[in-house]
Design a protein around this ligand. Sequence first.
Ligand code: DGL
Length: 266
Amino acid sequence: MDKRAIGVFDSGVGGIAVFKEIIENNPNENIIYLGDTKRFPYGNKSKESIIELTKNGIEFLMQKDVKEIIIACGTATSQALEEVRKIYNIPIIGIIEATVKYVKKENIKNIGVMATVGTIRSDAWRKSILKEVPEAKIINKACALLAPMAEEGWIDNKIAQLTIREYLKEISKENEIEAVILGCTHYPLFKNIIKKELRSNVKIIDTGEILSKELREELTKNGMQNEENKPEYKIFLTDIETNFKNVATKLLQKEDIIKNIELAKI
Ligand code: DGL
């Protein structure tokens, strides 16, 4: 048993979708969340910048004595995970590996990937999927506007619907598509709209859900789960602004967790 918290890192509010899944699947775990709202968005930054910012986030969480770090950000996972794993002596999980394992297990071969510009530029999803499922066909779609729209709280209006329709044009006309991966952790906020734009038999793959189940298995296997039933949640942002609370509350539907946000001076 290890009572130390799980550290969860994202550029903003998107990682709260992962946070929610971690709470559901690991209800005893303490969680410390860091959203780098001061430097959001990561999606249009260079690989070098993303590595630097991810290192800052990890160092902050390590100072809080977390036992494991979840990079709840597709952009940071795709471009910085490999690098930071080489540097820090702590287990670090991103959103891609567990999802690819799931794709393989479910025998999914025709896949659409929606993600930020940086993630699509890295081609990390395609490379990782093809390693496990060499015959897979993947359509990548960079959706530059979606994460900023999510931070703005524009998640269920007409503009969100039209924007998503435009981004999904190519994927939705492909009859063979079996699943769409939400390759950016901000996108579960648009899940309902995305669902409506696709055929009803297309699966929407939510990386947070898969990752948090994998986390539970890993903690149990390594005897690192927290068995006490009084979890504590702490949220740190690098810049305090009010919209985070609105969007995070919609995602979590637990206002008390969002009430006390602390400023992370990094
Ligand atoms: N949540 C981040 C991701 O999963 C992206 C948002 C951003 O551009 O910072 O890619």
